[in-house]
Design a protein around this ligand. Structure first.
Ligand code: NAG
Ligand code: NAG
Ligand code: NAG
Ligand code: NAG
Ligand code: NAG
Ligand code: NAG
Ligand code: NAG
Ligand code: NAG
Ligand code: NAG
Ligand code: NAG
Ligand code: NAG
Ligand code: NAG
Length: 659
């Protein structure tokens, strides 16, 4: 038993049921609701039982703790990141074949006038020249982005009830080769994949995960508060005791896991690399997932122009940017790599790549929420949060310093000594990563715009809070476009997009828009970008990035609105939207094969392609109105603790960014 666990147990024995009573007493006003019936019955002995009997081993050797195991016969090594891995190339051939049938079905349902999808894709299995190569991207923006993105994902998922109805787009998810998420969008993609490529509907109805009525400072209601903190502290403590740097992201990632991973205690032994063992992934039944983070050394400032973008895949962590050009095998991170390999006398480690830690890394901006534990004077912290938890966080904070609150520590740096001519971090023992949106590229386009991946089209869902009223204004694609004009973007291509004022003045942030329609107008080959911004079809979905909790009806309204965003309210805003989605899918394919573009598609391109014109005048405050009938929902009475915490947080962070 670790020291802090022992302390916690001692403290809890003294407090006994008082802890529980206080936990229940931290809510304000509001009639009693199911969310208030936290399990208050467990006591010390049951906590211990839970930890002995219920901690799953999963595929990490020792739960959350990175642990030495036998080295494989091929010693883990860094791969040259100037090209795609052979593993990916082989996997993708199979995946693309798997996308053909769903694509046929979708295109048939969409039924582009005067276009015979069946004939067009007739020989697709033997010759994939015509087959669209599709990517999906889900932006950051906290729970807003996760829920709004979830609605969009559900709309594109043929497994969703009603996704094949008129005006709907079910099957686009199954037609996609790649999918990326970042920060809040990374919670979405990560949660779906870590839970065996489950569906949004099943996640919502599971009762275990996605229970956003419970703030993360208190954990899901089915866990006694004490159990929650005991498990989190113990895991982080043990990782530190095993000799690994412990950062706030460890606490944050563990907390996040309770919301996102469908396993006891948020699956301390679930690794991100274990996704590669899932049947769906192995059999190419799901798109290839990426989570995105950014490299930031302590005391360094990052901007799109010079950020190094790191990708997590089930196989690897690394960067194709010319500031690293290397990928480490994810499963073996935690080993001491030197000059690109684990030396002959070095140990091989598994279990570092905890799935919650990966999702926490991509969203490390939200570490600030954990930080809040360290501010007992605010008056908002529940008395019931064990002082040991506060002490643990305080000691970590003292060690890292407040300038580095947002850092996830991936030490030992797997890229130490790797590619010293280019690698900005080759001399360092530490690899420190931050939230993927901190370089303002809040939509994770990067994996899709690698020229070698040959992605034809990216359907991108931007749930950023850029404007005063927390709507997107194109800042994310602008950041990626600006980056594409610099040296660091070598090997990628992204189309021209206009300035923020033009986005607003021309309504490019209030309905879907296509960028890069004319493939010949970019210096480097780039996918067609379908930009789909957050918009209030039936719910005011511009909730604060730091909104601490969503009751069930708010959660469901966000998801329904997200569905409406993807489908333009089931095609009611534009009857032709499904046809235009089909045309966007096929646009680069038409170019490639010099096919005659169907007239209906030409109409779509006229309607949705940005024509290159600007209107840079200063716009009025952007305040979109409902398109459809507003959903009538019961809004949640915020819990005092969380509401206060996040308000303080939100105010303090506006200057930092508005993702
Ligand atoms: C607490 O533990 C005691 C024994 O240590 C046991 O008798 C009691 O039933 C437990 N209470 C609950 C609510 O589990
Ligand atoms: C409360 O927690 C205890 C021990 O963790 C468990 O045995 C019991 O089933 C839980 N009760 C509810 C209502 O979840
Ligand atoms: C392509 O996918 C189909 C199922 O859609 C399958 O029957 C066929 O074997 C696959 N072909 C290859 C070469 O994997
Ligand atoms: C594959 O299809 C493309 C266009 O449809 C055609 O130009 C090419 O020759 C075909 N390749 C083979 C090997 O048949
Ligand atoms: C859109 O279509 C879906 C699936 O058919 C349906 O469940 C949903 O209620 C529709 N939304 C609206 C706002 O009509
Ligand atoms: C994962 O999901 C697939 C269906 O998509 C199912 O066949 C498989 O049994 C599931 N695996 C586990 C471990 O639940
Ligand atoms: C969660 O896990 C339970 C038990 O393994 C399973 O029955 C359920 O389908 C899972 N739900 C999701 C959303 O993964
Ligand atoms: C990126 O640019 C910022 C601002 O000019 C600078 O402070 C920072 O050191 C640069 N980072 C790198 C890695 O070049
Ligand atoms: C890695 O190197 C550090 C510092 O030399 C050492 O403390 C640690 O035990 C090593 N880890 C492994 C797994 O070999
Ligand atoms: C990676 O491969 C490229 C192209 O073959 C080569 O120029 C480069 O030197 C390699 N980098 C390293 C670190 O081996
Ligand atoms: C493409 O098609 C047009 C006629 O539709 C033809 O004039 C042109 O030569 C073709 N280009 C190629 C590269 O096949
Ligand atoms: C074409 O490219 C130029 C130069 O990059 C750019 O300024 C212009 O906006 C682009 N036009 C369109 C329609 O994307």
């Amino acid at each position: 038993m670790t020291k802090s666990l022992a302390l916690l147990l001692a403290a809890s024995a003294a407090a006994t049921s008082g802890v529980a009573a206080q936990a229940a007493g931290t809510y304000e006003g509001a009639a009693p609701s199911p969310t208030q019936s936290r399990n208050t019955t467990s006591n010390v002995s049951t906590i211990v039982d839970v930890h002995i009997s219920a901690r799953a081993i999963d595929n990490a050797p020792d739960g959350y703790v990175p642990t030495s195991v036998n080295c494989p016969s091929d010693r883990p090594a860094i791969r040259n990141g100037t090209t795609l891995s052979d593993q990916e190339k082989e996997w993708v051939v199979q995946r693309r074949n798997e996308t053909i049938e769903p694509m046929r079905e979708l295109l048939q349902r969409i039924s582009i006038p005067d276009f015979d999808a069946e004939a067009y894709l007739k020989d697709a299995e033997s010759n994939n020249t015509k087959v669209p190569n599709i990517g999906l991207a889900f932006s950051g923006g906290g729970s807003r982005a996760m829920l709004s993105g979830a609605g969009a994902m559900a709309a594109l998922d043929s497994r969703s009830v009603g996704s094949d109805a008129d005006g709907n787009l079910g099957g686009l998810l199954q037609s996609s080769t790649y999918i990326s998420g970042l920060s809040g969008g990374g919670w979405l993609v990560g949660s779906i994949y870590v839970n065996n490529f489950t569906t949004v509907a099943d996640s919502v109805s599971s009762g275990n995960i996605w229970q956003f009525q419970d703030s993360i400072l208190e954990g899901p209601e089915q866990y006694a508060l004490l159990d929650y903190y005991t498990s989190i502290l113990e895991a982080c403590e043990k990782k530190a005791a095993a000799g690994y740097e412990r950062s706030i992201t460890d606490y944050w990632g563990r907390m996040l896991s309770y919301q996102l991973i469908n396993a006891t205690d948020g699956g301390p032994g679930y690794t991100f690399s274990s996704i590669a063992d899932d049947d769906d992934f192995k059999n190419h039944k799901a798109p290839f997932p990426f989570l995105v983070a950014v490299g930031r050394r302590p005391d360094e400032k990052i901007i799109p122009i010079n950020s190094t973008v790191y990708e997590f895949t089930p196989w690897e962590l690394g960067s194709s940017d010319n500031t690293v050009h290397g990928f480490a095998p994810l499963r073996w991170i935690g080993s001491n790599f030197t000059d690109g390999e684990v030396p002959k006398d070095g140990d091989c480690v598994n279990g570092f790549d905890n799935a919650g830690f990966v999702m926490g890394t991509s969203s490390s901006l939200f570490n600030q929420i954990v930080l809040y534990l360290n501010d007992p004077n605010s008056g908002y912290l529940p008395d019931s949060v064990p002082s040991v938890a506060v002490d643990a966080v305080t000691s970590v904070l003292d060690a890292v310093g407040s300038d580095n609150d947002d850092i996830a520590d991936w030490t030992p740096n797997p890229f130490k000594g790797w590619n010293p001519d280019e690698n900005y971090n080759a001399d360092e023992d530490r690899l420190t990563l931050v939230d993927g949106g901190e370089d303002l590229q809040n939509v994770p386009y990067h994996p899709h715009i690698l020229i070698e991946r040959e992605v034809d089209v990216v359907f991108s869902f931007d749930n950023s809070a850029d404007t005063e009223m927390q709507w997107p204004d194109g800042a994310s694609p602008i950041a990626t476009y600006e980056r594409s004009l610099t040296n660091i973007s070598e090997g990628t291509g992204f189309p021209a997009v206009p300035d923020k004022n033009t986005f607003i003045n021309k309504g490019l942030n209030s309905r879907p828009v296509f960028f890069g329609c004319d493939a010949s107008n970019t210096t480097d080959p780039s996918p067609l970008i379908v930009y789909i911004p957050n918009y209030p079809y039936i719910f005011q979905s511009n909730t604060s990035t730091f909104k601490p909790s969503y009751n069930e009806s708010e959660r469901d309204a966000m998801i329904e609105n997200g569905w409406a965003i993807a489908t333009q309210l089931n095609g009611t805003r534009d009857r032709d939207w499904p046809v235009c989605v089909g045309c966007a899918m096929l646009s680069r394919s038409f170019d490639r094969t010099n096919a005659t573009v169907p007239e209906a598609c030409q109409t779509c391109f006229d309607r949705y392609c940005w024509d290159g014109t600007l209107d840079t005048s200063t716009p009025e405050t952007y305040q979109p109105d409902y398109y459809g009938t507003a959903l009538d929902i019961e809004s949640g009475a915020l819990r005092r603790v969380a509401a206060g915490a996040y308000t303080v947080l939100g105010a303090g962070m506006v200057a930092l960014m508005m993702i």
